[in-house]
Write a protein that binds this ligand. Structure first.
Ligand code: HEC
Ligand code: HEC
Ligand code: HEC
Ligand code: HEC
Ligand code: HEC
Ligand code: HEC
Length: 423
């Protein structure tokens, strides 16, 4: 009898471990900072205007917090319901009627975002000359993972210790040195809450099994969904030091993408053209239709070009500090030429129709793992008449002979194995 209690004890301790993990992790995802980064950072910064207004001090600008919260959860609906709120209506007009995405967030979650906006831990005062070099929103999720792992580690250790204690007791009982009381003699009133819980759990093993299963599914779900949504910056469009327009250059003038991004066909990164590439044309083109000489003269400053005398002034260069828009985390391996040259994937499929993008340039797709995998699962690799694939194609036809396949996705050639993309 008491042997059974001890074994059940172990089960119970494991279930408590699962519950604890679910609570710890879901508590963490409520954190205002992470919610802000996941849902708002694509369009908002706290101290600077991005696509939407800077959010510092926003609570003071709104009449009351309820309005603000219902605005954030669905601004389109708010505008419809409150035609009389001239502040909100004007703001919407001021931002070219660009509508915020409706957010499936609870009031508590919005409150925690507002809490973070009101007191963001890392806002530093940035000098005006420093501002331009601020890079894309780089996230560091290392802390979150470390934090989770630390908790898991601590709990595991304590569970292992108590399992060990239980096993020891089983051993003692088997040896007949039983110091325990028989179960019927236990008076519930003498026990601590913890012991009572354990006792209850022992008497309701089936329930505890159900609870444990749900708890484990919960953990898996939370880990899984965080992999797919972490650090998404679709739509990121920072201001650049020169108002360079892809529409003018790649669209109207029809300049080939690789004329400027020559790395795309050669290696891992596409790269941003150096000022010399701009000078190939802009030595001659001194003013534009939109900004006159204002923007093009910045190219001259960067190149150290004296346009009045048509010569370079040595040691007067001042490189243009373009702000990087696309940023994969360091642990992901992505190679342009593999896609552009070997796979014959068009720039458009990943970056959108860049030739129609005005200043400022933006990120068209979210660059999440789900996005990469979706294409790898569904896209047929252009193997026909592509010398890179002659041998592989023959091998794959052989491998999938029973299914009679002639075309293959990246997946079928092993392109969704973790190690292909992660070091
Ligand atoms: C797709 C871009 C986008 C996203 C995502 C977005 N916003 Fe906005 N936000 C805007 C724009 C644009 C405005 C300006 C008003 C308008 O055009 O609707 C705005 C306005 C606001 C305002 C009013 C600012 C003021 O000065 O009064 C608040 C508050 C706000 N957003 C909070 C949030 C929060 C919180 C999130 C995340 C949960 C979020 N927004 C996500 C684009 C966005
Ligand atoms: C005349 C030169 C030129 C041509 C042609 C050109 N680009 Fe660019 N591209 C730039 C410059 C300069 C930047 C950096 C400034 C910016 O982001 O607006 C840039 C930025 C980009 C970025 C964002 C880089 C980042 O920071 O993440 C992408 C993506 C891109 N270009 C794709 C294309 C594609 C696709 C084409 C062809 C349709 C193209 N470009 C044609 C000069 C050029
Ligand atoms: C299969 C999808 C895909 C295709 C096709 C693709 N890109 Fe990219 N591109 C990306 C990703 C992902 C990044 C971000 C890379 C990073 O942060 O390491 C990127 C980044 C860039 C950048 C920023 C600088 C850099 O190299 O990190 C430029 C510029 C760029 N791409 C231009 C192009 C051009 C031009 C083409 C077509 C010749 C092209 N890309 C085709 C996915 C693609
Ligand atoms: C192959 C030739 C060529 C190259 C290379 C080139 N441009 Fe241009 N650029 C043009 C033409 C053509 C115009 C259009 C002038 C007009 O508006 O009439 C232009 C216009 C501009 C304008 C003015 C827009 C306006 O309407 O005021 C800016 C700014 C500019 N380019 C920046 C750059 C930068 C930065 C680079 C290097 C990354 C670059 N260009 C490379 C051909 C080029
Ligand atoms: C629009 C479709 C598309 C997208 C989006 C895409 N890929 Fe690919 N990818 C391909 C194709 C097609 C190939 C096959 C090219 C080849 O044989 O190397 C490929 C091949 C690869 C390979 C080599 C696989 C192997 O088996 O050798 C890696 C690694 C890779 N992609 C990484 C990425 C990453 C990382 C992303 C997301 C940031 C991404 N890809 C997004 C289409 C895509
Ligand atoms: C086709 C490329 C590709 C393959 C295959 C792939 N990943 Fe990823 N993975 C990515 C990209 C891209 C990101 C970055 C997503 C982001 O920043 O939003 C990522 C992010 C992650 C993260 C989140 C890390 C973080 O905090 O940013 C984990 C964990 C992960 N991958 C695990 C895996 C596992 C496990 C597999 C194998 C089943 C796998 N990946 C296969 C491209 C890939």
């Amino acid at each position: 009898m008491s042997l059974k209690i001890s074994i059940n004890n172990i089960k119970v301790q494991l279930s408590i471990l699962s519950l604890f993990l679910v609570l710890a992790l879901s508590g963490y995802s409520q954190d205002g900072k992470n919610l802000f980064k996941a849902n708002c950072a694509a369009c908002h910064k706290i101290e600077k205007k991005l696509i939407g207004p800077a959010l510092l001090g926003v609570e003071d600008r709104w009449e009351n917090k309820e309005n603000l919260i219902s605005w954030i959860s669905n601004s389109g609906q708010y505008l419809k319901d409150n035609p009389g709120d001239s502040y909100a209506q004007d703001l919407f007009k001021e931002y070219n009627q660009l509508q915020m995405t409706a957010m499936p967030l609870s009031t508590a979650e919005i409150e925690s975002i507002l809490g973070y906006i009101a007191a963001p831990p890392e806002v530093k005062t940035v000098g005006p000359e420093q501002e331009e070099t601020a890079s894309a929103p780089q996230d560091d999720y290392t802390n979150m993972w470390l934090f989770s792992f630390a908790i898991i580690f601590i709990v595991l250790i304590s569970v292992i210790l108590s399992v060990k204690a239980s096993l020891k007791r089983i051993l003692l009982e088997l040896k007949g040195e039983d110091g325990l009381v028989a179960i019927g003699e236990i008076n519930d009133m003498d026990l601590s809450t913890y012991q009572q819980t354990i006792l209850w759990a022992n008497r309701n093993t089936k329930w505890m099994i159900v609870v444990s299963i749900f708890a484990f599914i919960g953990i898996l779900y939370i880990l899984w969904s965080s992999i797919w949504t972490i650090g998404v910056y679709k739509g990121y469009a920072p201001e650049q030091p020169i108002k360079f327009s892809h529409k003018i250059h790649a669209g109207d003038d029809g300049i080939d993408c690789v004329y400027c991004h020559s790395g795309a066909e050669k290696g891992k990164t596409s790269g941003i053209p150096s000022v010399n590439v701009c000078m190939n044309c802009h030595k001659g083109i001194e003013s534009g239709k939109l900004y006159g000489t204002e923007e093009i003269s910045k190219i001259y400053d960067a190149a150290g070009w004296d346009s009045d005398n048509q010569k370079y002034i040595p040691r007067n260069q001042d490189p243009i500090e373009w702000i990087k828009i696309h940023n994969l985390p360091d642990h992901v391996y992505f190679n342009h030429s593999q896609h552009v040259v070997v796979g014959k994937v068009d720039c458009k499929e990943c970056h959108g129709d860049v030739a129609t993008f005005d200043y400022p340039m933006h990120q068209e797709n979210d660059l999440t793992m789900g996005w990469c995998i979706e294409c790898h699962r569904t896209k047929d690799v252009k193997m026909n008449g592509n010398p890179y694939y002659d041998k592989l194609h023959a091998q794959l036809v052989e491998k999938y002979k029973s299914e009679g396949l002639e075309t293959f996705t990246v997946n079928q050639m092993g392109g969704i194995e973790c190690a292909k993309c992660h070091y």
